[in-house]
Design a protein around this ligand. Structure first.
Ligand code: SAM
Length: 228
């Protein structure tokens, strides 16, 4: 919903339950509103019912902040760890999250639940942006139509122990993290042949995929992203 001076924002059943039953807010309480486009707004509760409500925007409290153009591609792993990856990707400032099906991916995901986690994570870290979480897509299919101007930081467990050499090339990037079983030989050959792929080591130890995602996001953010 759009946010602007005097704009009424309808609150759905989940939001109303959280605000009015869990947080016990009532009429005239103030809330922070964001929609991923219009920055953060102060809202005043005008209607507080069990399953719905209305907040009215008064003034903008923070401008819209869009993260750098960095996507996270990851192969889903066990549910709790996949949830962790999505939560941390939001906190770490990924602009788009793409779960990818690789040869050794065994886990199924519920994209709707992951999207809800992304919203919660943005609320928690006071971000004004929620990265879209896309439907699971086969890695082969994604690479077949890949725009080569977007470079790929491929966390390649085969480079374990080497120095982490990230090309300092500005522009759009994506991070690619494999599943518990790593990448298959065919996937490795395909990735190595792509000029836009920057294979990288994440140090001398094999990290769990969720740790690897946070490590790669940190490395990129400190080299090319908004931590610089
Ligand atoms: N089963 C694989 C093996 O033993 O080689 C390990 C897979 S690891 C648990 C999951 C993913 O994290 C990998 O596919 C890779 O993307 C990333 N990863 C973990 N440790 C890494 C490292 N030291 N260097 C680069 N990538 C790493």
């Amino acid at each position: 919903q759009p946010l602007g001076v005097g704009q009424a924002v309808a609150l759905g059943p989940d939001q109303s339950h959280y605000l009015f039953s869990v947080m016990r807010l009532g009429l005239n309480a103030e809330v922070a509103l964001f929609n991923g486009r219009d920055g953060e707004w102060r809202g005043v509760i005008e209607q507080a019912l069990k399953r719905c409500g209305i907040a009215r925007c008064t003034d903008q409290t923070r401008p819209q902040i869009v993260p750098p153009d960095l996507w996270l591609l990851f192969a889903p792993i066990k549910k709790a760890r996949t949830d962790f990856i999505v939560e941390k990707a939001v906190e770490m400032g990924a602009a788009r999250i793409l779960p990818v099906q690789t040869r050794f991916t065994n886990e199924r995901i519920r994209e709707d639940k992951l999207r809800a986690h992304a919203v919660e994570a943005a609320e928690q870290c006071e971000a004004t942006y929620v990265p879209p979480v896309e439907d699971l897509i086969p890695l082969d299919k994604l690479l077949a139509t890949w725009n080569p101007t977007r470079r790929i930081l491929w966390a390649d467990e085969g480079l374990q122990g080497r120095a982490a050499l990230l090309q300092a090339a500005p522009g759009p990037w994506a991070i690619l993290i494999g599943p518990e079983g790593g990448f298959s030989p065919e996937e490795r050959t395909k990735l190595r042949a792509l000029p836009c792929v920057n294979p990288i080591s994440l140090g001398p130890r094999i990290l769990r995929a969720d740790t690897a995602a946070v490590a790669a996001l940190t490395l990129w953010q400190t080299t090319l992203g908004d931590w610089v």
